[in-house]
Design a protein around this ligand. Sequence first.
Ligand SMILES: [Zn+2]
Length: 464
Amino acid sequence: MASPIALVAFLLVSAAALAQTAPLAVTHVTVIDATGGAPRPDVTVLVSDGRVAAVGREVPIPEKATVVQGAGKFLIPGLWDMHVHWDEERYLALFIANGVTGIRVMWGYPRQLDQRRRIAQGSLVGPRMAIAGTIIDGPKPWWPGSIAAGTPEEGREAVRRTQKDGYDYVKVYSGLPREVFFAIADEAKKLGIPFVGHVPDPVRVAEASDASMKSIEHLTGMALAVSGTETELRRELAAAAKLPAGERGERLRAVGKRILESYDAATAAALYAKLKANGTWQVPTFTVLRYGADPLAPEYANDPRLRYMPLWVRKMWNEDFRKRERTAAQAASQMRLFQRRLELVGEMHRAGVGILAGSDVLNPYCFPGFSLHDELEWLVKAGLPPMAALQAATRGPALFLGRAQESGTVEPGKLADLVLLDADPLQDIGNTRRIAAVVANGKLYSREAIDKMLAGIERLAGSN
Ligand SMILES: [Zn+2]
C-alpha cells in the first residue's frame, strides 16, 4: 500500500494538473440557475477567468476552450454546506468531489484561515470558506477549548478577539447567561460582525432574533418558542433541572412532551413573521438531528461512505456517547420530536423564513461533502419544493453571506462554481448526487478526475 506521504503528493499533483486556465464551455445543457426561474434547456455556459462569462443559446465558443458535452445533463450552482466542522486538509477534496464548493466553518482555527488562503491561490483543493471564530459559551463550556464568558465584559472581549483574529462570524453557544448573550449581541453590532449559533437556553428565540442573531443552528429553542405556554413551561423546566438526578430525566421528558402538545399556530405565525422581518435564518441541520434522535439505527454503522473517513474519525463516531445513552423508548420519542421539527421547517419556509442547508460535518455520520445531499433530501421531506431546497444550498447561502453579487446562481459575471448532473434535481432532489463534473473556482473536475480523488482519499483513509 502506498505511504500516506505519497498519497498526499498524488493529491497535490492532481490539483495542479486539474487547474483550468483555458475557457470552458458546457454545451447543450439544461441550466437550473437557482434564481427560482424555470430551467433553461439546450444552452451553452461559457466560463472564463474563473467567472461565468455567458449563458445562452447563441454563445460563441472560443477556439481554445475546453468543451464539456452537456446534452441530457443539468447544470446547477456549486453547493454550500452551511454547518461544517472539518480541518483535515487532505480530505477537503471530498467537498469538491461532491459538488460542495463552499462551506461555513462553525468553529474556526487559525489553520483554516491558512487553508482558505491556499485554496484561493489554487495550491490546495477545497471549498470556499466562511469561518466563525471559537465558540463562545458560558462560564462552564460544554466543549473544551471554547471561550468561557461568564460576564458581559468577557463576552465583549471575546467578540473583539474573534474579529481581530480574522474570523467572519461570532459563534454563540447554549450555556451563555442572558446578560452575556445580549452584551455579545451589542458588541457584535458595534463592530459590524454578525453572530450565529445556538440560542442560549435562558434566551427566547424572539429575543435572539430581535438582538440581530443572524442564524439559528439546529432549531435551538424553536419547539418552546412555538408553544402557547412558553413562560409556564420554562418555569417547569427550571424546576425540573433542580430535581435530584433520579427524578430529573423523567420530569424533563414529561415537560418535553407538553412542549410539543402546546404548539400554538398564532404564536408560531407571529414568530415566523419576526424571523423573516429581522433576517434571522434557520440552519436546521437535520442530518445531525436525525443521528442524535436514533444513533443506533442500523444504517449508520454500515454506511459505505465510512471508507473515506480517517481512522480517528471512524473511531470517534463508533464510540460516540449518544450510542451508549439512548434507549429504544427514548429513540422513539426523539424521533417524534424529529418529525415535529421537519414540520416546523416546512411551516417556516412557507412563512418566508430563510432556510439554509447545513449538515454538521464531523458529527457522527455527517460526512464532508456527501452529507450535504442527505440534508437536501431532509429539506424536501420537511416540505420544501426541490427548487427551494436547492436554493437553501446556493442562492440562500450567497444572500446570507452577502455574496449574492458574485455567487449563488448561474448567471453571467458570477464566480464559476458549478455542478453538472446526470439527472434532473427538480424531479428528484436525490439526483444532486449524480455528479458528472464539478467546476470549482473556474477549474474543471471531470467525473474521471473526481473518481481519482475519491480513490486517493479512500487509500489514505485505509492507510492509517
Ligand atoms: Zn456544529
